[in-house]
Structure formats: C-alpha cells, structure tokens
Design a binder for this molecule. Structure first.
Ligand code: OFO
Length: 170
C-alpha cells in the first residue's frame, strides 16, 4: 500500500496536470482567435499531452492501491497580451510543474518508495522535454519579433504537431 503523504501528493499532481490541460486549451482558444491556427493546434496537442500526464498518474495511484480523489480545477487565464506572451507564460508554467515533480520525487525518496521513484523518473525526463520545447519556440518567436512573415511560417510549422501517446512510441 502506498504511503499516505505520497498518495496525497500524487492526487495533487493529477489536479495540476488537469489544470495544465485546461490552461493550454485556453491558450489554444486565444491563439485561434488571433488567427494563428497552427499555434492553436500546438497548444491543443499540448493539452492532450497534459491529459496523458494526468491519466498516467491516475492509473498508477490505482495500481498501487491508492485512492484517486479529484479536486476542482481552477479557472485558467483567458486573455493574454500577445502570442509571444502566451509562450512566455507556458515556459514559466512548465518551470512551476518541474518544481512540483521534483518535490514529488523528494517525497518518494523520503518514504523510501523505490517503485514510485522509478515511475516518477519518467516525469523528471518529460519535464526536461517540456521546458526545452517551449524554450525553442520562444527563442524563435523572439527572433522574429512575434510578427510578420516569420510568424506565419512558424504558425505553419506548429500546425504539423500531432499527439502520439508516449507509450506507443516505445
Ligand atoms: Fe505535464 O507537463 Fe506540462 O504541465
């Protein structure tokens, strides 16, 4: 049976991943409205990834004999200063999530749960990818100043992103 404190933190992380899903959907709606369907698609796929992250934790807690207790999901922000601001805020959001994952890992270590540590390693690695992906787009957006032809090219590129559940990639 999984340690109670660890189970509570996993429950909290499920909520945070579902909030991430909601936040990125909100960003997608904003970008769609700004006439950037490719960037909107990128965020919609990101939201699907977040749903996957939440469900992976959901399934794991069940598997370990814990009880999933869902909480309310807070309202995400709906207005942003610019598409550039959206990606800046995404990167900041991912840094917060990385911090939460690291704290979750700290708890797994402190209660000597080796199985949870092994499971959480996937999230530790995933956060490196998450931050890197937003960082790269942000660099490109800054390079083109968030406007002009470059913006349309980047929008087209981001429109090609599709969701592939990570398990199927292995
Ligand atoms: Fe679930 O990684 Fe982003 O938030």
């Amino acid at each position: 049976m999984i340690n109670k404190e660890l189970a509570a933190k996993i429950n909290y992380q499920i909520n945070r991943e579902l909030y991430s899903e909601y936040l990125y959907l909100s960003m997608s709606a904003y970008l769609e409205d700004r006439g950037l369907p490719g960037m909107a698609n990128f965020m919609r796929v990101q939201a699907e990834e977040e749903h996957f992250h939440a469900m992976k934790l959901f399934n794991y807690l069940n598997e370990r004999g814990g009880r999933v207790v869902l909480d309310a999901i807070e309202k995400p922000k709906t207005e942003f200063d610019s598409p550039l601001a959206v990606f800046k805020e995404s990167l900041e959001h991912e840094k917060v999530v990385t911090d939460l994952i690291n704290k979750l890992m700290d708890t797994a270590i402190s209660v000597n749960d080796h199985a949870a540590r092994s499971f959480l390693n996937w999230y530790v690695d995933e956060q490196v990818e998450e931050e890197d992906s937003f960082n790269t787009i942000l660099d490109q957006l800054e390079l083109i100043g968030g406007k002009g032809h470059g913006m349309l090219m980047l929008d087209k590129e981001l429109g090609a992103r599709t969701f592939t559940p990570p398990a199927e990639e292995e």
